[in-house]
Design a protein around this ligand. Sequence first.
Ligand code: F6R
Length: 608
Amino acid sequence: MCGIIGYIGPKDAVPYLIEGLRRMEYRGYDSAGVAVWTDDALEVRRAAGKIAKLEAALVASPLSGTVGIGHTRWATHGPPTERNAHPHLSADGTIAVVHNGIIENSTALKAALQDLGYEFRSDTDTEVIAHLVQELFDGSLEEAVINALRKIEGTYGLAVVSSKDRDKIVAARKGSPLLIGVGEGETFLASDPSAILAHTRQVVYLNDGDVAVIERDKYKVIDIDAMPQPRTVDRINWDLAAIERGGYAHFMLKEIFEQPTTIENTMRGRLILEDGTAKLGGINLSHEQLLNIDNIIITACGTSWHSALIGEMMIEELARIPVEVEYASEFRYKNPIVTERTLCIVMSQSGETADTLAAMREAKRRGARTLGLVNVVGSTIAREDDGGVYLHAGPEIGVASTKAFTSQVVALALFTLKLARKRELSVARGREFAQALAALPGQIKTVLDTASVIEAIAEEFKRASNFLYLGRGFNFPAALEGALKLKEISYIHAEGYPAAEMKHGPIALIDEMMPVVFIAPHDAVFDKVVSNVQEVKARNGKTIVITSRDEPSLKGLVDYEIRIPETADMLMPILASVPLQLLAYYIAVKRGSNVDQPRNLAKSVTVE
Ligand code: F6R
């Protein structure tokens, strides 16, 4: 979603701002802008659409100065036009603001400001902040911002500059991430570390309630009462290469092909083959606490929710603890049964998804212990959970989640193994499962070797208008995930169903125009799935079958076959999801979609 960048230092801010905005493009946006102090005035350039449009505006009307802020906006209040793009200027042009989040009392604040004579030039909630800071300004920008924050309700990550208190950027965070990048004689502000990684690895993550005053060679973090808030300097430990395409046509393709390594990284140092268990340093759960868990709730959104469904089945199967999977957006407004012996597992690639964060806070408030399975190091969920397991999949830039999904399932498998071995799983079964996990990276390589087969299938179906994805047991969530991948990047309508449910409704859709993807490896429910394939074939549907053996029972039923290796039933969805990702990818590319930045989608959904 929206991105914030700020620069203050000896050099021209504009190239830094544009580069930072480009690095955050993957998050999804529909307009962009910058504000720079040019020695004469605070000047703003904005454009609807992609950053290239903003660059064109800067060529037509150049800007230069050593203090600046920039923004990519994902429209919430008002359409994605130039007038709604950030930065927003105060009425007298002395204050410029960029803002992520939503000001919930903007209507009331706007009315009060209009009564004072302020005229509004945009449809945004952000513009009230600019006028409010102007109204409250009395010589010190941080004081004016703090006084404005006292009146604001809602969520924000914001950055403010002023031509009346020039050599600083004032930033504030509540519910929307921000960090300070500490450089040599220059300081950065960003909502995403990838925006500044090319210039510094030293970062200070702001917490909710923090206000930061950023100057060229120093910064301070205070709270709304101006009390100093000591914050540590962290080091970003991934390379620039991780956020670059490295020869691949798209980030999504690169991330699909990275999976042998990312899965290896998720397991590194954690899998203990000999004892058939896993070592997870960060979970902060004692032996007794692990034994005393009565029930588990896993909460998440989107793809992370699909991984949670697989986790549910693994935990119930091996650790024999009841598990419920809840959409985070639903959980937070329910009256869930949570006790001190409930463990709430929170799945999130970004660690910033607003609903997931709120669900975690709600579970905590009700007394549950929380365990975050998160990819982005230092993200809000990772910092607020009681314990955590980082995925170590590296930055995921493609909007459609791929490598984070497989790492999530692996992280859930590791946790299951640890939990189950504490309870009733034998060493022998634990070892078997651990060995199956250890073999996954090599097996994914084998699946990736079939990419050209999948590309050829994509060619056949690139014009389809609908797709059905069917699987049973552990592969039902894989069917949901396959359908989600296809619809989000190719815009083809696709549904995932448990294979046997098809005859309770979706079977009405089957005809010679309907491609049906079956996830049918040789597992405990294989024969049942074959019956479902027969039902589709009997109605002339087109079958694309992902399977793991030459099976006589499938003869004559398969129009297109994709072969995957065999593994433990529970881990099959990991291997099956790779061809599903590739199928979605190739179809989307052949249809000319913008695979890495699909329409309307954002990488981390920081609004409710
Ligand atoms: C789908 C996708 C989304 C996310 C969802 C949750 O490809 O990426 O469905 O999975 O928005 O995001 P995180 O995992 O960051 O909480």
